[in-house]
Design a protein around this ligand. Structure first.
Ligand SMILES: [Zn+2]
Length: 287
C-alpha cells in the first residue's frame, strides 16, 4: 500500500469512530500511532512518541535493540504543536511504509518535513502526513476547489487540522482548480515557492532552486503600505508579478521572520495559457 492508501485507510477508521464530531480534528496522531500499531502490528509496535532535543533534526523513527523490534518516534522539542503533529505523522508514515526496508530507521530534517521538498521515501512520508491530517473530503467541504480563499480562510483550516499555515496552503494547492501561487520569502528574496497544478501548467511558477528570485519591487511584501490590510490584499496590474493581473495577499510570521504571499491569478485565461505554452518550454520545466 502506498502513502495515499495508508492515509485513506486510517482516515476511514477515524471517520467511522469519530464521525464529524468535535473530536475528529485535529487528528490525535500520537494516540493513533500507539494504538493502531499495537493492534495491527503487535510484534513490532510503536511503543513511545516523545519530544526530545534532536540537535537540528525535526523528527526520527528509531528501532529498539531486540528483533523483532518495537519502534519509537521522536520529535524536536522546540517545535510548536502544529509542527510537531506533522512531524509525528511523517514518522508514522515512515513506520507504515518503510520500516522493513530501512531497519535502522530515519532521521528527518526541516526541509523535507516542513516544506514537503523531500524526494523518494521522504516525499512519501510527507504525502502520508498531509493526507492523514488534512483529508481531501473534509478540506474540499471547507474550501471548494473553485473557491478563491483568503489567507484567513486558509488559516481557519490550519487551525482545524492543527497544522502550520504553510502545511494547509500546500495541501490546498494540491487540489484547487485555481491558478494560484504561494511564496515564502525573507529580505525581498523568495526562499521557496509553490504553484498549483493549473498555475504551473499555464507557465506561472517561480523558480527558487539554484537561483535567487527577487520579489517584484511593487509587491506588497516590499512596499508594505500602511493604509492597507495586507491579509486582505490588493489587485496588482499586469507586469508586477507576471504578464497578467494578480490578486496578492500577504502575512508575516514574526516567529520565523518569514513573509508569506498568496497570489491568485485569473480563471479565464487558464486554458489559453495552457494552449500557448511552448512544448520545449514545458519540457524544460518538467525536467
Ligand atoms: Zn523523513
Amino acid at each position: 500500500m502506498g502513502p495515499e492508501g495508508w492515509a485513506i485507510l486510517l482516515t476511514k477508521i477515524l471517520d467511522a469512530r469519530d464521525g464529524n464530531g468535535p473530536e475528529r480534528y485535529p487528528v490525535d496522531v500520537v494516540k493513533l500511532a500507539l494504538e493502531y500499531s499495537a493492534q495491527r502490528f503487535p510484534e513490532t509496535p510503536i511503543k513511545r512518541v516523545d519530544a526530545d532535543d534532536l540537535d537540528g533534526f525535526e523528527g526520527a523513527l528509531v528501532p529498539g535493540e531486540k528483533r523483532p523490534t518495537a519502534w519509537g518516534i521522536l520529535y524536536n522539542n522546540n517545535q510548536r504543536p502544529e509542527r510537531a503533529r506533522f512531524t509525528v505523522a511523517h514518522e508514522l508514515g515512515h513506520y507504515l511504509l518503510h520500516r522493513e526496508e530501512y531497519p535502522d530507521g530515519f532521521w528527518c530534517g526541516e526541509d523535507v518535513v516542513s516544506r514537503r521538498e523531500g524526494e523518494g521515501v521522504e516525499k512519501e512520508a510527507d504525502t502520508f502526513a498531509a493526507y492523514l491530517l488534512m483529508p481531501l473530503h473534509d478540506f474540499r467541504a471547507r474550501i471548494h476547489p473553485d473557491a478563491k480563499p483568503t489567507i484567513d480562510d486558509l488559516s481557519d483550516c490550519a487551525i482545524r487540522y492543527g497544522v502550520s499555515l504553510t502545511a494547509a496552503v500546500l495541501r490546498w494547492l494540491e487540489y484547487t482548480n485555481r491558478r494560484s501561487l504561494f511564496i515564502v520569502s525573507n529580505d525581498d528574496y523568495a526562499i521557496w515557492a509553490k504553484a498549483s497544478g493549473p498555475a504551473f501548467r499555464s507557465g506561472r511558477f517561480i523558480r527558487t532552486r539554484n537561483t535567487m528570485y527577487e520579489l517584484p519591487p511593487a509587491s506588497l511584501v516590499r512596499t508594505r503600505p500602511d493604509d492597507l490590510d495586507m491579509k486582505v490584499g490588493v489587485k496588482q496590474p499586469a507586469g508586477v508579478w507576471f504578464d497578467e493581473p494578480a490578486e496578492e495577499m500577504c502575512v508575516t510570521s514574526t516567529r520565523h521572520e518569514l513573509d508569506m504571499t498568496l497570489l491568485h491569478l485569473g480563471t479565464d485565461s487558464a486554458r489559453t495559457w495552457h494552449q500557448d505554452a511552448d512544448a520545449a518550454d514545458v519540457f524544460d520545466r518538467m525536467s
